[in-house]
Design a binder for this molecule. Structure first.
Ligand SMILES: O=C(O)CCC(=O)C(=O)O
Ligand SMILES: [Fe+2]
Length: 340
């Protein structure tokens, strides 16, 4: 049986060895698929170990990301994120305020009062002529040689992992293993590099409600999240408390997004999470700083062209369907419009 990665206040996030789905016996494969589905149905979050992406690859992406964020602000600003339709480029601290508020007026009011302390860089699929990626220059000065290649390679590896995890969900649901393949084959996903700059500890005392990333749920099918060892990610329990999702070396956090919750007729949960100041290790002193935190999120979506309606087996009769069908791309753009 799998172990718990996180446990507290009625929240249990399982730690699952994904190699048992990919390379295990038929019995191990089925057991792993069921554990993955159960994790998404109960916590909305799982941790996966032994994913088929080598730790050295992930470490290299983290190093490359840190080099990007060291660029001068003017260079980063020249690559600015432009529109929800493109959803590519750089967002300076305060640009995006993730939250559960849906009116952009309410989000704007919140953004000006307590902006998230973070900057990010979004990369989409690179074969989209109408929405080109905003690649930074790979020159002597930028020290970013190989940036585009590193990121596009990682993007492709994660697109393939998306397909594999959706296969596990299909097997868990007793659907044909490749049921979701045709819905995720386009790779309409977003790789987001995240940097939470070093911040004085007292900022969190002075501004009540100050966070590194506000509470929110993700929008798409599933998100893969790689975090460094700083900590600060928290996941909301069924009782409403925020529980630390402590980093575990060699694992990746995977959470279900709102569109998968809707697609599964709410049998899968899209759980609220946030990033706060790291857990206290010793008594804090005025003026001390928390070091920078880096994370990498890969937001997966059903193909933007696809129409998403309740997965077979998640409803008994038409009347049990909780939502109308919706186009995947339109859904995402509508969600992004509210937060930028
Ligand atoms: O940085 C993290 O650990 C979480 C980021 C996140 O939840 C997001 O960008 O959607
Ligand atoms: Fe998130």
């Amino acid at each position: 049986m799998e172990k718990a990665a996180v446990q507290g206040d009625g929240l249990l996030i399982p730690l699952i060895d994904f190699s048992k789905f990919l390379d295990g016996s038929p019995a191990q494969k089925l057991e792993t698929a069921k554990a993955i589905l159960t994790g998404f149905q109960t916590a909305g979050f799982i941790y996966l170990s032994n994913i088929p992406i080598p730790p050295a690859t992930v470490a290299h992406v983290f190093d490359t990301s840190a080099s990007f964020f060291r660029l001068p602000a003017s260079t980063k600003d020249s690559l600015a994120w432009s529109t929800p339709e493109a959803n590519r480029g750089y967002s300076s601290p305060g640009r995006e305020k993730v939250s559960q508020l849906t009116s952009s007026a309410a989000v704007s009011a919140l953004r000006t009062s307590i902006p998230d302390i973070k900057e990010s860089f979004e990369i989409g699929r690179d074969d989209e002529p109408s929405h080109p990626n905003r690649w930074p220059p790979e020159t002597e000065e930028t020290k970013l040689a190989g940036f585009k290649q590193t990121m596009t390679f990682f993007f492709t590896q994660l697109a393939s992992l998306h397909t594999s995890v959706m296969r596990a969900i299909a097997v868990g649901m007793s659907l044909p293993e490749t049921f979701f393949d045709r819905f995720v084959c386009d790779g309409d996903n977003t790789l987001r590099l995240l940097h939470y700059p070093a911040v004085r500890r007292d900022v969190f005392q002075i501004n009540l409600g100050q966070v590194r990333a506000g509470e929110h749920s993700d929008y798409g099918s599933i998100t893969f999240l790689f975090q460094d060892d700083r900590g600060g990610l928290q996941v909301q329990s069924p009782g409403g408390a925020f529980v630390d999702a402590t980093p575990i070396e060699g694992t990746c956090v995977v959470n279900a997004g709102d569109l998968l919750a809707r697609w599964s007729n709410e049998t899968i949960k899209s759980t609220v999470h946030r990033v706060v100041e790291p857990p206290r290790k010793e008594e804090s002193k005025e003026g001390e700083t928390y070091p920078a935190r880096y994370s990498i999120a890969y937001f997966c979506n059903p193909n933007f062209k696809d129409f998403i309606e309740a997965i077979p087996g998640t409803y008994a009769t038409e009347a049990d369907k909780k939502y109308e069908g919706i186009n995947s791309g339109e859904y995402l753009v509508q969600r992004l419009k509210a937060t930028y």
